[in-house]
Design a protein around this ligand. Structure first.
Ligand code: GDP
Ligand code: IMO
Ligand code: MG
Length: 430
Protein backbone atom coordinates (compact mmCIF):
# COMPACT_ATOMS: atom_id res chain seq x y z
CA UNK A 1 0.00 0.00 0.00
CA UNK A 2 1.52 3.33 -1.03
CA UNK A 3 1.32 6.61 0.90
CA UNK A 4 -1.57 8.34 -0.82
CA UNK A 5 -2.92 11.88 -0.87
CA UNK A 6 -6.64 12.30 -1.43
CA UNK A 7 -7.65 15.72 -2.72
CA UNK A 8 -10.76 17.37 -4.06
CA UNK A 9 -10.22 17.98 -7.78
CA UNK A 10 -12.93 20.65 -8.15
CA UNK A 11 -14.37 23.27 -5.76
CA UNK A 12 -14.86 21.00 -2.76
CA UNK A 13 -17.64 18.61 -1.69
CA UNK A 14 -16.63 16.03 -4.28
CA UNK A 15 -17.11 13.15 -1.86
CA UNK A 16 -13.64 13.05 -0.28
CA UNK A 17 -15.04 11.81 3.04
CA UNK A 18 -16.62 8.68 1.57
CA UNK A 19 -13.50 7.81 -0.48
CA UNK A 20 -11.15 8.38 2.48
CA UNK A 21 -13.46 6.18 4.56
CA UNK A 22 -13.20 3.50 1.87
CA UNK A 23 -9.41 3.54 1.52
CA UNK A 24 -8.71 4.03 5.22
CA UNK A 25 -9.53 0.36 5.73
CA UNK A 26 -6.23 -0.39 3.95
CA UNK A 27 -3.91 2.12 5.68
CA UNK A 28 -2.53 2.54 9.19
CA UNK A 29 -2.75 6.31 9.65
CA UNK A 30 -5.10 8.96 8.27
CA UNK A 31 -3.99 12.58 8.55
CA UNK A 32 -5.76 15.86 7.76
CA UNK A 33 -3.19 18.40 6.58
CA UNK A 34 -4.96 21.74 5.97
CA UNK A 35 -8.19 23.64 6.39
CA UNK A 36 -10.34 23.52 9.46
CA UNK A 37 -14.01 23.15 10.23
CA UNK A 38 -14.90 24.86 6.97
CA UNK A 39 -14.78 21.24 5.73
CA UNK A 40 -17.79 18.95 5.90
CA UNK A 41 -16.95 15.37 4.95
CA UNK A 42 -19.91 13.01 4.81
CA UNK A 43 -19.78 9.27 5.41
CA UNK A 44 -22.84 7.08 5.12
CA UNK A 45 -22.80 3.66 6.77
CA UNK A 46 -26.11 1.85 6.36
CA UNK A 47 -28.77 4.23 7.70
CA UNK A 48 -26.25 6.31 9.62
CA UNK A 49 -24.92 9.58 8.19
CA UNK A 50 -21.92 11.22 9.82
CA UNK A 51 -20.51 14.60 8.85
CA UNK A 52 -16.97 15.27 10.02
CA UNK A 53 -15.62 18.82 10.12
CA UNK A 54 -12.38 18.45 12.04
CA UNK A 55 -11.66 14.78 12.48
CA UNK A 56 -10.07 12.73 9.70
CA UNK A 57 -12.55 10.50 7.89
CA UNK A 58 -10.62 7.42 9.02
CA UNK A 59 -11.81 7.91 12.60
CA UNK A 60 -14.77 5.57 12.01
CA UNK A 61 -12.48 2.60 11.33
CA UNK A 62 -11.23 0.54 14.23
CA UNK A 63 -7.52 0.24 14.98
CA UNK A 64 -6.47 3.19 12.81
CA UNK A 65 -4.64 6.25 13.98
CA UNK A 66 -6.23 9.60 13.06
CA UNK A 67 -4.02 12.66 13.05
CA UNK A 68 -4.57 16.41 12.70
CA UNK A 69 -1.48 17.94 11.13
CA UNK A 70 0.25 21.28 11.69
CA UNK A 71 -1.33 22.76 8.54
CA UNK A 72 -4.83 22.40 9.97
CA UNK A 73 -6.49 25.21 11.91
CA UNK A 74 -8.34 23.88 14.95
CA UNK A 75 -11.44 25.27 16.61
CA UNK A 76 -11.19 23.52 19.99
CA UNK A 77 -14.84 24.04 20.87
CA UNK A 78 -16.03 22.48 17.62
CA UNK A 79 -13.47 19.69 17.86
CA UNK A 80 -14.54 18.76 21.39
CA UNK A 81 -18.21 18.75 20.36
CA UNK A 82 -17.39 16.51 17.39
CA UNK A 83 -15.42 14.11 19.59
CA UNK A 84 -18.30 13.95 22.06
CA UNK A 85 -20.84 13.30 19.32
CA UNK A 86 -18.78 10.48 17.85
CA UNK A 87 -18.29 8.84 21.22
CA UNK A 88 -22.03 9.05 21.86
CA UNK A 89 -22.54 7.22 18.55
CA UNK A 90 -20.25 4.44 19.77
CA UNK A 91 -17.00 5.34 18.02
CA UNK A 92 -13.60 5.75 19.62
CA UNK A 93 -12.04 9.23 19.56
CA UNK A 94 -9.49 9.57 22.35
CA UNK A 95 -5.76 9.33 23.01
CA UNK A 96 -5.75 5.72 21.79
CA UNK A 97 -6.53 6.69 18.18
CA UNK A 98 -6.26 10.47 17.82
CA UNK A 99 -3.36 12.97 17.79
CA UNK A 100 -3.16 16.71 17.16
CA UNK A 101 -0.04 18.56 16.08
CA UNK A 102 1.27 20.96 18.71
CA UNK A 103 2.12 23.25 15.78
CA UNK A 104 -1.46 23.52 14.48
CA UNK A 105 -2.93 27.01 14.81
CA UNK A 106 -6.02 27.63 16.92
CA UNK A 107 -9.18 29.37 15.69
CA UNK A 108 -10.04 31.96 18.35
CA UNK A 109 -13.36 33.80 18.85
CA UNK A 110 -11.97 36.96 17.24
CA UNK A 111 -11.20 35.01 14.04
CA UNK A 112 -14.84 34.04 13.69
CA UNK A 113 -15.98 37.57 14.59
CA UNK A 114 -13.67 39.12 11.97
CA UNK A 115 -14.73 36.62 9.29
CA UNK A 116 -18.44 37.26 9.89
CA UNK A 117 -18.08 41.04 10.18
CA UNK A 118 -16.14 41.26 6.92
CA UNK A 119 -18.61 39.07 5.06
CA UNK A 120 -21.55 41.16 6.19
CA UNK A 121 -19.71 44.40 5.29
CA UNK A 122 -18.47 43.31 1.89
CA UNK A 123 -21.86 43.24 0.20
CA UNK A 124 -21.39 42.28 -3.42
CA UNK A 125 -17.63 41.74 -3.07
CA UNK A 126 -18.01 39.04 -0.44
CA UNK A 127 -16.28 35.68 -0.77
CA UNK A 128 -19.15 33.67 0.65
CA UNK A 129 -16.96 32.06 3.30
CA UNK A 130 -18.19 29.43 5.72
CA UNK A 131 -17.89 32.01 8.53
CA UNK A 132 -15.68 29.73 10.60
CA UNK A 133 -12.78 32.20 10.95
CA UNK A 134 -10.57 30.38 8.45
CA UNK A 135 -9.19 33.41 6.55
CA UNK A 136 -8.42 35.40 9.73
CA UNK A 137 -6.63 32.50 11.48
CA UNK A 138 -4.38 31.80 8.49
CA UNK A 139 -3.74 35.55 8.21
CA UNK A 140 -2.59 35.59 11.84
CA UNK A 141 -0.37 32.58 11.21
CA UNK A 142 1.35 34.40 8.33
CA UNK A 143 1.47 37.65 10.30
CA UNK A 144 3.19 35.79 13.17
CA UNK A 145 0.54 36.60 15.74
CA UNK A 146 -1.11 33.16 15.81
CA UNK A 147 -1.83 30.97 18.81
CA UNK A 148 -0.65 27.43 18.37
CA UNK A 149 -2.04 24.25 19.88
CA UNK A 150 1.11 24.11 22.05
CA UNK A 151 0.06 27.51 23.51
CA UNK A 152 -3.54 26.40 24.02
CA UNK A 153 -2.50 23.50 26.26
CA UNK A 154 -0.09 25.58 28.34
CA UNK A 155 -1.99 28.22 30.41
CA UNK A 156 1.07 30.50 30.86
CA UNK A 157 1.78 30.49 27.18
CA UNK A 158 -1.90 30.99 26.29
CA UNK A 159 -2.15 33.91 28.65
CA UNK A 160 0.91 35.74 27.33
CA UNK A 161 0.18 35.06 23.62
CA UNK A 162 -3.47 36.08 24.01
CA UNK A 163 -2.48 39.30 25.77
CA UNK A 164 -0.02 40.10 22.98
CA UNK A 165 -2.51 39.63 20.15
CA UNK A 166 -5.93 40.44 21.55
CA UNK A 167 -5.33 44.14 22.03
CA UNK A 168 -4.44 44.62 18.39
CA UNK A 169 -7.23 42.32 17.14
CA UNK A 170 -9.76 44.21 19.28
CA UNK A 171 -8.63 47.48 17.78
CA UNK A 172 -9.15 46.03 14.33
CA UNK A 173 -12.55 44.58 15.26
CA UNK A 174 -13.87 47.78 16.79
CA UNK A 175 -12.23 50.59 14.80
CA UNK A 176 -12.18 49.02 11.34
CA UNK A 177 -15.06 46.56 11.36
CA UNK A 178 -17.33 48.38 13.83
CA UNK A 179 -17.76 45.26 15.97
CA UNK A 180 -17.49 44.67 19.72
CA UNK A 181 -14.24 44.14 21.60
CA UNK A 182 -13.70 40.69 23.12
CA UNK A 183 -12.78 40.17 26.76
CA UNK A 184 -9.40 38.66 27.67
CA UNK A 185 -10.53 36.98 30.90
CA UNK A 186 -13.55 35.34 29.28
CA UNK A 187 -11.54 33.94 26.39
CA UNK A 188 -8.70 32.82 28.61
CA UNK A 189 -11.00 30.99 31.00
CA UNK A 190 -12.90 29.21 28.26
CA UNK A 191 -9.91 28.32 26.10
CA UNK A 192 -7.62 27.17 28.90
CA UNK A 193 -10.37 24.67 29.79
CA UNK A 194 -10.38 23.39 26.20
CA UNK A 195 -6.60 23.17 26.41
CA UNK A 196 -6.87 21.01 29.52
CA UNK A 197 -9.32 18.65 27.85
CA UNK A 198 -7.29 18.31 24.66
CA UNK A 199 -3.77 18.24 26.12
CA UNK A 200 -3.43 14.47 26.04
CA UNK A 201 -3.87 14.46 22.25
CA UNK A 202 -0.96 16.83 21.57
CA UNK A 203 1.89 15.41 19.56
CA UNK A 204 4.90 16.13 17.33
CA UNK A 205 3.17 14.93 14.18
CA UNK A 206 6.16 15.08 11.85
CA UNK A 207 8.19 12.76 14.09
CA UNK A 208 5.23 10.44 14.59
CA UNK A 209 4.54 10.12 10.86
CA UNK A 210 8.15 9.81 9.76
CA UNK A 211 8.87 7.13 12.37
CA UNK A 212 5.72 5.25 11.43
CA UNK A 213 6.59 5.34 7.73
CA UNK A 214 10.14 4.14 8.51
CA UNK A 215 8.57 1.24 10.38
CA UNK A 216 6.60 0.22 7.29
CA UNK A 217 3.25 1.84 8.11
CA UNK A 218 1.15 3.56 5.43
CA UNK A 219 -0.32 7.01 5.59
CA UNK A 220 -3.35 8.50 3.88
CA UNK A 221 -3.26 12.31 3.65
CA UNK A 222 -6.81 13.69 3.59
CA UNK A 223 -7.24 17.01 1.82
CA UNK A 224 -10.13 19.33 2.53
CA UNK A 225 -11.74 21.79 0.09
CA UNK A 226 -10.50 21.32 -3.49
CA UNK A 227 -7.87 22.14 -6.10
CA UNK A 228 -9.79 25.17 -7.37
CA UNK A 229 -10.12 26.59 -3.84
CA UNK A 230 -6.35 26.44 -3.26
CA UNK A 231 -4.83 29.74 -2.10
CA UNK A 232 -2.20 29.72 -4.90
CA UNK A 233 -3.78 27.81 -7.75
CA UNK A 234 -7.49 28.27 -7.14
CA UNK A 235 -9.83 30.92 -8.53
CA UNK A 236 -8.31 33.67 -6.38
CA UNK A 237 -9.63 35.66 -4.52
CA UNK A 238 -12.62 33.29 -4.34
CA UNK A 239 -10.63 30.59 -2.58
CA UNK A 240 -9.95 29.32 0.89
CA UNK A 241 -6.81 30.38 2.77
CA UNK A 242 -4.76 27.17 2.73
CA UNK A 243 -2.92 24.90 0.30
CA UNK A 244 -5.65 22.40 -0.45
CA UNK A 245 -3.71 20.71 -3.24
CA UNK A 246 -1.41 17.72 -2.91
CA UNK A 247 1.60 19.94 -2.10
CA UNK A 248 -0.13 20.96 1.11
CA UNK A 249 0.19 17.38 2.38
CA UNK A 250 3.90 17.82 2.87
CA UNK A 251 3.79 21.34 4.34
CA UNK A 252 0.87 20.46 6.56
CA UNK A 253 2.39 17.37 8.19
CA UNK A 254 6.18 17.59 8.07
CA UNK A 255 6.52 14.58 5.76
CA UNK A 256 8.76 15.03 2.72
CA UNK A 257 7.18 15.10 -0.77
CA UNK A 258 9.42 12.18 -1.76
CA UNK A 259 7.49 10.02 0.71
CA UNK A 260 4.21 10.48 -1.11
CA UNK A 261 3.54 7.89 -3.81
CA UNK A 262 0.11 8.51 -5.27
CA UNK A 263 -2.39 11.34 -5.61
CA UNK A 264 -6.04 10.42 -5.87
CA UNK A 265 -8.28 13.22 -7.12
CA UNK A 266 -11.94 13.07 -6.17
CA UNK A 267 -14.34 14.54 -8.72
CA UNK A 268 -18.09 14.60 -9.04
CA UNK A 269 -19.53 13.43 -12.37
CA UNK A 270 -20.66 17.07 -12.68
CA UNK A 271 -19.50 20.19 -10.81
CA UNK A 272 -20.69 22.13 -7.79
CA UNK A 273 -19.49 25.21 -5.98
CA UNK A 274 -20.58 26.89 -2.72
CA UNK A 275 -20.04 30.59 -2.17
CA UNK A 276 -19.12 33.29 -4.65
CA UNK A 277 -16.66 33.23 -7.53
CA UNK A 278 -16.36 32.28 -11.20
CA UNK A 279 -17.91 29.00 -12.32
CA UNK A 280 -17.76 28.71 -16.12
CA UNK A 281 -19.97 25.60 -16.48
CA UNK A 282 -22.64 26.80 -14.05
CA UNK A 283 -26.20 25.96 -15.08
CA UNK A 284 -29.28 28.00 -14.39
CA UNK A 285 -33.02 27.67 -14.00
CA UNK A 286 -34.84 24.34 -14.06
CA UNK A 287 -31.87 22.31 -15.22
CA UNK A 288 -29.74 23.45 -12.28
CA UNK A 289 -32.58 22.85 -9.83
CA UNK A 290 -33.12 19.34 -11.23
CA UNK A 291 -29.46 18.50 -10.66
CA UNK A 292 -29.41 20.14 -7.21
CA UNK A 293 -32.41 18.13 -6.07
CA UNK A 294 -31.19 14.88 -7.64
CA UNK A 295 -27.77 15.26 -6.04
CA UNK A 296 -28.97 16.68 -2.71
CA UNK A 297 -26.62 19.59 -3.32
CA UNK A 298 -26.92 21.44 -0.04
CA UNK A 299 -23.78 22.20 1.99
CA UNK A 300 -22.67 19.70 4.65
CA UNK A 301 -21.24 22.56 6.75
CA UNK A 302 -23.49 25.57 6.24
CA UNK A 303 -26.56 24.04 4.58
CA UNK A 304 -26.30 26.54 1.72
CA UNK A 305 -27.56 25.56 -1.75
CA UNK A 306 -24.66 24.48 -3.89
CA UNK A 307 -24.36 26.01 -7.34
CA UNK A 308 -24.44 23.24 -9.97
CA UNK A 309 -22.96 22.84 -13.42
CA UNK A 310 -21.58 20.40 -16.01
CA UNK A 311 -18.31 18.51 -15.63
CA UNK A 312 -15.40 20.79 -16.52
CA UNK A 313 -12.67 18.64 -18.08
CA UNK A 314 -10.59 21.72 -18.90
CA UNK A 315 -10.44 22.74 -15.22
CA UNK A 316 -9.87 19.12 -14.20
CA UNK A 317 -6.88 18.82 -16.56
CA UNK A 318 -5.45 21.91 -14.86
CA UNK A 319 -6.09 20.43 -11.39
CA UNK A 320 -4.38 17.20 -12.50
CA UNK A 321 -1.34 19.09 -13.76
CA UNK A 322 -0.85 21.14 -10.59
CA UNK A 323 -1.39 18.24 -8.23
CA UNK A 324 0.01 15.27 -10.11
CA UNK A 325 -3.33 13.49 -9.91
CA UNK A 326 -2.63 9.90 -10.90
CA UNK A 327 -6.15 8.52 -10.50
CA UNK A 328 -9.69 9.90 -10.32
CA UNK A 329 -12.38 8.62 -8.00
CA UNK A 330 -15.54 9.76 -9.75
CA UNK A 331 -18.57 10.21 -7.49
CA UNK A 332 -22.31 10.69 -7.96
CA UNK A 333 -22.61 9.17 -11.43
CA UNK A 334 -26.06 7.95 -10.30
CA UNK A 335 -27.22 11.57 -10.09
CA UNK A 336 -26.90 12.02 -13.87
CA UNK A 337 -29.48 9.30 -14.64
CA UNK A 338 -32.46 10.85 -16.41
CA UNK A 339 -30.70 13.70 -18.20
CA UNK A 340 -31.37 13.41 -21.97
CA UNK A 341 -28.12 15.12 -22.91
CA UNK A 342 -25.00 15.62 -20.84
CA UNK A 343 -22.48 18.35 -21.56
CA UNK A 344 -18.77 18.17 -20.85
CA UNK A 345 -16.64 21.30 -21.00
CA UNK A 346 -13.53 20.68 -23.12
CA UNK A 347 -12.10 24.21 -23.25
CA UNK A 348 -12.72 27.91 -22.71
CA UNK A 349 -13.07 30.76 -25.19
CA UNK A 350 -12.10 34.27 -24.14
CA UNK A 351 -13.01 37.18 -26.40
CA UNK A 352 -13.67 34.67 -29.18
CA UNK A 353 -10.31 32.87 -28.90
CA UNK A 354 -9.76 29.42 -27.43
CA UNK A 355 -7.46 29.47 -24.39
CA UNK A 356 -4.49 27.14 -24.20
CA UNK A 357 -4.35 27.07 -20.40
CA UNK A 358 -6.55 27.70 -17.36
CA UNK A 359 -6.73 31.46 -16.68
CA UNK A 360 -4.93 32.84 -13.64
CA UNK A 361 -7.08 35.90 -13.16
CA UNK A 362 -10.59 36.28 -11.92
CA UNK A 363 -11.70 38.83 -14.51
CA UNK A 364 -10.81 36.47 -17.39
CA UNK A 365 -12.47 33.49 -15.70
CA UNK A 366 -15.64 35.50 -15.12
CA UNK A 367 -15.89 36.13 -18.85
CA UNK A 368 -14.81 32.84 -20.43
CA UNK A 369 -17.29 30.90 -22.51
CA UNK A 370 -17.19 27.14 -22.03
CA UNK A 371 -16.82 24.96 -25.11
CA UNK A 372 -19.06 21.91 -24.71
CA UNK A 373 -19.10 18.44 -26.11
CA UNK A 374 -22.64 17.08 -25.94
CA UNK A 375 -23.13 13.44 -25.02
CA UNK A 376 -26.13 11.13 -24.87
CA UNK A 377 -27.58 10.61 -21.41
CA UNK A 378 -29.16 7.46 -19.96
CA UNK A 379 -32.47 6.81 -18.27
CA UNK A 380 -31.69 3.76 -16.14
CA UNK A 381 -31.28 3.87 -12.37
CA UNK A 382 -27.66 2.76 -11.92
CA UNK A 383 -27.50 2.88 -8.15
CA UNK A 384 -27.34 -0.92 -7.76
CA UNK A 385 -24.71 -1.50 -10.44
CA UNK A 386 -21.63 -3.30 -9.10
CA UNK A 387 -19.67 -3.89 -12.28
CA UNK A 388 -18.76 -1.35 -14.94
CA UNK A 389 -19.94 -3.70 -17.70
CA UNK A 390 -23.49 -3.45 -16.29
CA UNK A 391 -23.62 0.33 -16.75
CA UNK A 392 -25.67 1.63 -19.70
CA UNK A 393 -23.52 2.08 -22.79
CA UNK A 394 -23.96 5.88 -22.64
CA UNK A 395 -22.62 5.95 -19.08
CA UNK A 396 -19.61 3.89 -20.13
CA UNK A 397 -18.96 6.26 -23.04
CA UNK A 398 -19.18 9.16 -20.59
CA UNK A 399 -16.51 7.60 -18.35
CA UNK A 400 -14.24 6.83 -21.33
CA UNK A 401 -14.60 10.39 -22.55
CA UNK A 402 -13.74 11.87 -19.14
CA UNK A 403 -10.59 9.72 -19.01
CA UNK A 404 -9.64 10.85 -22.51
CA UNK A 405 -10.31 14.54 -21.87
CA UNK A 406 -8.64 14.76 -18.46
CA UNK A 407 -5.87 12.29 -19.38
CA UNK A 408 -6.30 10.66 -15.98
CA UNK A 409 -7.56 7.08 -15.50
CA UNK A 410 -10.62 6.47 -13.33
CA UNK A 411 -10.04 4.27 -10.28
CA UNK A 412 -13.59 4.06 -8.92
CA UNK A 413 -17.07 5.26 -9.85
CA UNK A 414 -19.56 5.65 -7.07
CA UNK A 415 -23.30 5.34 -7.60
CA UNK A 416 -24.70 6.16 -4.17
CA UNK A 417 -23.56 7.69 -0.87
CA UNK A 418 -23.16 4.50 1.20
CA UNK A 419 -20.05 2.35 1.50
CA UNK A 420 -21.09 -0.45 -0.84
CA UNK A 421 -22.29 1.77 -3.71
CA UNK A 422 -19.03 1.76 -5.56
CA UNK A 423 -17.67 0.23 -8.76
CA UNK A 424 -13.96 -0.52 -9.00
CA UNK A 425 -12.36 -0.06 -12.41
CA UNK A 426 -8.89 -0.92 -11.13
CA UNK A 427 -7.39 -2.60 -8.09
CA UNK A 428 -4.98 -0.06 -6.60
CA UNK A 429 -4.75 -0.60 -2.89
CA UNK A 430 -4.95 -4.33 -2.39
P1 GDP B 1 -16.62 16.10 0.78
O1 GDP B 1 -16.58 17.43 1.45
O2 GDP B 1 -15.75 16.06 -0.43
O3 GDP B 1 -16.33 14.95 1.71
O4 GDP B 1 -18.10 15.90 0.27
P2 GDP B 1 -19.47 16.26 1.05
O5 GDP B 1 -19.67 15.26 2.11
O6 GDP B 1 -19.49 17.69 1.44
O7 GDP B 1 -20.53 16.13 -0.12
C1 GDP B 1 -20.69 14.96 -0.84
C2 GDP B 1 -22.16 14.53 -0.73
O8 GDP B 1 -22.45 13.57 -1.72
C3 GDP B 1 -22.48 13.84 0.59
O9 GDP B 1 -23.80 14.12 0.94
C4 GDP B 1 -22.31 12.36 0.26
O10 GDP B 1 -23.07 11.51 1.11
C5 GDP B 1 -22.84 12.33 -1.14
N1 GDP B 1 -22.24 11.30 -2.03
C6 GDP B 1 -20.95 10.90 -2.11
N2 GDP B 1 -20.77 10.03 -3.10
C7 GDP B 1 -21.99 9.85 -3.67
C8 GDP B 1 -22.46 9.10 -4.79
O11 GDP B 1 -21.74 8.38 -5.48
N3 GDP B 1 -23.79 9.21 -5.10
C9 GDP B 1 -24.64 10.00 -4.39
N4 GDP B 1 -25.91 10.05 -4.77
N5 GDP B 1 -24.23 10.72 -3.33
C10 GDP B 1 -22.93 10.66 -2.99
P1 IMO C 1 -14.94 20.39 1.92
O1 IMO C 1 -13.69 19.91 2.58
C1 IMO C 1 -16.85 23.48 -0.48
C2 IMO C 1 -15.54 27.60 0.21
C3 IMO C 1 -16.53 28.56 0.83
C4 IMO C 1 -16.07 29.86 0.21
C5 IMO C 1 -14.55 29.71 0.17
C6 IMO C 1 -13.84 30.36 1.33
O2 IMO C 1 -16.19 19.93 2.61
O3 IMO C 1 -14.94 20.08 0.47
P2 IMO C 1 -13.56 29.75 3.91
O4 IMO C 1 -14.59 29.56 4.98
O5 IMO C 1 -12.69 28.56 3.68
O6 IMO C 1 -12.76 31.01 4.09
O7 IMO C 1 -14.43 29.99 2.55
O8 IMO C 1 -14.30 28.31 0.17
N1 IMO C 1 -15.31 26.36 0.99
C7 IMO C 1 -15.78 25.16 0.63
N2 IMO C 1 -16.57 24.80 -0.39
N3 IMO C 1 -16.36 22.55 0.35
C8 IMO C 1 -15.53 22.88 1.36
O9 IMO C 1 -14.91 21.98 2.14
C9 IMO C 1 -15.24 24.25 1.57
N4 IMO C 1 -14.49 24.94 2.47
C10 IMO C 1 -14.53 26.22 2.10
O10 IMO C 1 -17.86 28.24 0.50
O11 IMO C 1 -16.53 29.91 -1.12
MG1 MG D 1 -17.90 18.95 2.05
Amino acid sequence: MPNVVVIGAQWGDEGKGRIVDLISEKVDIIVRYQGGNNAGHTIVIGDEKIVLHHLPSGILRENKLSVIGNGVVVDPKVLLAEIKELRAAGYTADETNLRISDRAHVIMPYHRAIDLARESMNGKGRIGTTGRGIGPVYEDKAARRGIKFADLIDPDSLSSRLKEVLEERNLYLTKVLGGDALDFEEIFEEYSEYGKELKKLSCDVSTLLNNSISNGQNVLFEGAQGALLDIDFGTYPYVTSSSSGSGGASIGTGVSPTTIDTVLGIAKAYTTRVGEGPFPTEMSGELEEKLRQAGGEFGATTGRSRRCGWFDAFAMKYAAQINGISWIALTKLDVLSGFDKINVCVGYKYKGKELSSFPSTNHVLQEVEPIYEEMEGWKEDISDVKDVSDLPVQARSYLENLEKLTRVPIYTVSVGPSREKIIFLHELFS
